[in-house]
Design a protein around this ligand. Structure first.
Ligand code: PBG
Length: 341
């Protein structure tokens, strides 16, 4: 038959009740299991998302994400230093400004909170950590959408692109290594690339949020960035029912100059992740989002699952499905667990 070349099934027949093939042989000890493991996690693959909030003197816990905080400038630097010490590969920064308005002015203020975060982290860790920034308006707008609105209250794609171009340059000027346009506007990667190049920032890379779904798993993130969004993001983020559509977004992002691509959320979209990973020759990342984190923490707090095992199993699953890099709020802790084996 199909597996006749191994001869084991025939052998099994010959010995009657003894199975010819014994996959369990390679599961007998931790050492043999480690030897034959097909997927390995490494701290350097992990990227820590982190929030800096303007105008606070103590870190503010995010109630829906136990263990995650809106940082002060001091605690953000500390978190970055701890990430470096644990061997984490990168940090993805988000700013939470004191003042929000219709166009998200704080996002393009050279002294805005995200730019402060970029400079602070760079001054703390230099080039030891890849410093990335979220390039989107929802943290800065009073209406909570990822773009600016037109007269009828709809998200205006092309007017938003002009804001993104400005944001990219301001973030690059603060020294960021990688920008992550996450607003799902058509053409955002190309506009950001051209803006960076035009301002002399050819070396700043673009991590494209290629497949980003209109997901309820972003729920706790709203609290993390004090977002007041009413309604939803379904006119720009993707329908969870669609996978082929992500391949179209992928082709566009690559044509527009994406250096790395990402799928988000992670666990509910492992099939999309696999398709993307099989299709490209650029690095592929996945974002284990706030709701994925919250779900595990809540179940673990109830004693319903083993916290550390579940964390590592989710990360391994995401890696196995094709992600080279994983953004996870557990990055520093997971790196520590990996170091301890
Ligand atoms: C957009 C952005 C969001 C997240 C990362 N970047 C929110 C959204 O698009 O609705 C969510 C991350 C998470 O839930 O952990 N600025």
């Amino acid at each position: 038959g199909q597996y006749g070349q191994y001869g084991q099934y025939e052998q099994g027949g010959q010995y009657g009740r003894f199975p010819g093939a014994r996959p369990r042989r390679l599961r007998t000890t931790p050492a043999v299991r480690r030897l034959v493991a097909e997927t390995r996690l490494h701290p350097a693959d992990l990227i820590l998302p982190a929030f800096l909030r303007e105008g606070i003197s103590e870190p503010v816990p995010i109630s829906s994400m136990p263990g995650v905080y809106q940082h002060t400038r001091d605690t953000l630097k500390k978190a970055a230093a701890e990430a470096v010490a644990a061997g984490v590969g990168g940090i993805m920064l988000f700013g939470v400004p004191e003042h929000k308005d219709a166009v998200g002015s704080a996002g393009t203020d050279p002294d805005g909170i995200l730019q402060v975060a970029i400079r602070d982290v760079l001054s703390e860790v230099g080039d030891d950590l890849v410093v990335m920034s979220d390039l989107c308006l929802d943290e800065y707008t009073d209406h909570g959408h990822c773009g600016v609105l037109d007269a009828r209250g709809r998200v205006d794609n092309d007017a938003t692109l002009e804001r993104y171009a400005e944001m990219a340059v301001v973030q690059a000027e603060a020294g960021v290594h990688v920008v992550g346009p996450s607003g799902m506007m058509d053409g955002q990667v190309g506009v950001v690339r051209r803006a960076l190049d035009g301002a002399g920032h050819q070396d700043v890379a673009v991590l494209a949020y290629t497949a980003k779904y209109a997901s309820a798993f972003f729920g706790p993130f709203r609290e993390a960035v004090d977002s007041s969004l009413e309604g939803d993001r379904k006119t720009y983020q993707q329908d969870p029912a669609n996978a082929r559509e992500s391949m179209r977004e992928l082709a566009l992002d690559l044509a527009e100059g994406a250096d790395m691509v990402m799928v988000k959320p992670a666990l509910p979209y492992l099939d999309v992740l696999r398709r993307v990973a099989d299709a490209v020759d650029v690095p592929v990342a996945a974002y284990q989002v706030s709701g994925e984190y919250a779900m595990v923490e809540a179940a673990a707090a109830n004693g319903w699952v083993e916290r550390e095992r579940v964390i590592m199993e989710t990360l391994t699953g995401v890696r196995r499905a094709g992600a080279g890099n994983i953004l996870t709020y557990w990055a520093t802790e997971a790196a520590g667990l990996l170091a301890r084996g």
